[in-house]
Design a protein around this ligand. Structure first.
Ligand SMILES: [Cu+2]
Length: 68
């Protein structure tokens, strides 16, 4: 399955790395792709729950404005 998160506050490759590493640690996540231009983060994996993904991103200080 695939989830797309809109993450506010990512500005550079360091932010991108932080968000990526926070999300790959979530159980079930197989792949994370960050687009700094659109601020969209694509997460692929099994049995992904919106709240768990949002908590992982917000836990390192970014805001998630939308999950699709
Ligand atoms: Cu940054």
């Amino acid at each position: 399955m695939k989830k797309i998160l809109e993450v506010k506050g990512m500005t550079c490759s360091h932010c991108e790395k932080s968000v990526k590493s926070a999300l790959v640690e979530v159980a079930g996540v197989n792949n994370v792709d960050v687009n700094l231009d659109t601020k969209l983060v694509t997460v692929e994996g099994d049995d992904l729950e919106d709240k768990v993904l949002v908590d992982a991103v917000e836990g390192i200080g970014f805001d998630v404005s939308k999950v699709e």
